[in-house]
Write a protein that binds this ligand. Structure first.
Ligand code: 5GP
Ligand code: MN
Length: 359
């Protein structure tokens, strides 16, 4: 491994990305059967998702909780204290079954991790101590950390996988479950505009509408009840847009002081990245947010597929999808910018050895 020393003395070592495993259709079906067997046979389920909950994570948790409850199973949703209360736009969903403490007898519970590309994305160590660990996800670079890994990269969202399980188990699609699934679907597909918007995604939407989803009411809840601080934060970010390499990289950095100024928290930054990616000429949009430890949480989006941003994220220990990914880093904004420019150039032009970064 070649370590590089950054100007401020903190080294980092970008990894050459490991090739992703291919999963056959048979293996995927076998994993689905293993999940179904656990759901049928086990009686206690602890559900969790990645920290920094988004719409897919929350919708999948609530829908699976509803499904398990309808099947007569005991189910709890574990959400870490840092993720409570839920982001304001999701608070209208029924918060049934949420706990912030794992049960003391967790070794008797089946743990299900949803929408979680790697186990490190959930910081609760107790989750490793369940009776069984099920990994249900749609990230192509999922690290397959569990005993059962049901990872369908072709699912538009994790909620689409839950919707399929619900069919197989012949459970009723109640209006509450349909609403949770719909929130997950629209948020992960960018309201049916991203490349993961498959025919199945639309079939799912049709069925959810038949089950009672009130589209305009739900749209108002998710997108049009914004606290002013979110728009204040957006305004700060828009005022700090930087462009590099002819605009191919569009970047904004929000410091901890910016969050203080807007009286905003990290979940208030959701959606800002969509404004950055919409700027003409952008191939990769990046939003970096400084957290309380001085590290930066980085969101990456690729506009037209020329750059696989999950590969860039994996180089610094993160991951995601080809067109939407993220990681957390100790790099300074200047170092981060240099890293991103080099990685993008390497993918677009094969210009530089990807294992090395000049800062
Ligand atoms: P966002 O930018 O919206 O936080 O995340 C975009 C995508 O990248 C999501 O699918 C999310 O799960 C994934 N992602 C974000 N941060 C990380 C990270 O630190 N590690 C991994 N493995 N995936 C991440
Ligand atoms: Mn997802």
């Amino acid at each position: 491994m070649n370590w590089l020393t950054t100007p401020n003395g903190r080294g980092y070592a970008p990894r050459a990305p490991a090739p992703l495993p291919t999963v056959s259709a048979d293996a995927l079906l076998a994993a689905r059967e293993l999940v179904l067997a656990r759901v049928r046979e086990d009686s206690r389920f602890l559900l969790a998702a990645h920290d920094g909950l988004d719409g897919d994570a929350i919708g999948s948790l609530i829908a699976l909780h509803g499904l398990l409850s309808a099947l007569g199973k005991r189910s709890s949703i574990l959400i870490g204290p840092d993720d409570l209360p839920l982001p304001t736009q999701y608070r209208f969903l029924p918060p049934d079954g949420i706990t912030s403490q794992p049960p003391p007898d967790i070794s008797e519970w089946t743990v299900v991790l949803l929408d979680c590309g790697s186990i490190e994305r959930n910081a609760t160590p107790a989750l490793r101590q369940g009776k069984h660990l099920l990994n249900i996800d749609h990230h192509h670079d999922n690290t397959r950390f569990a005993a059962v890994n049901y990872v369908n990269k072709d699912a538009s969202c994790t909620a689409e996988i839950i919707w399929d399980l619900l069919h197989e188990l012949q459970a009723t699609l109640t209006p509450a479950i349909a609403q949770a699934l719909y929130v997950a679907l629209i948020t992960d597909t960018g309201r049916f505009m991203y490349t993961n918007t498959s025919p199945t995604a639309h079939l799912m939407a049709a069925e959810l509408l038949q089950a009672g989803v009130d589209v305009p009411a739900l749209y108002r809840q998710v997108y049009e009840q914004q606290p002013l601080r979110r728009l204040t934060l957006l305004g700060i970010a828009l005022g700090q847009i930087q462009r590099f390499d002819g605009g191919q990289l569009t970047l904004a950095v929000l410091s901890a002081a910016d969050f203080d100024r807007a009286e905003a928290n990290d979940s208030d930054s959701e959606g800002i990245i969509d404004e950055l990616r919409a700027i003409k000429g952008t191939k990769v949009a990046v939003l970096a947010r400084e957290d309380r430890d001085g590290e930066h949480k980085v969101s990456l989006r690729s506009t037209d597929g020329d750059v696989d941003v999950s590969e860039i994220a994996r180089a610094l220990g993160g991951g995601g999808h080809r067109r939407a990914a993220g990681f957390t880093t100790t790099l300074t904004p200047a170092e981060l910018t240099a890293f991103l420019r080099q990685q993008i150039a390497a993918q677009l032009h094969g210009a530089t050895d990807r294992a090395y970064v000049a800062v």
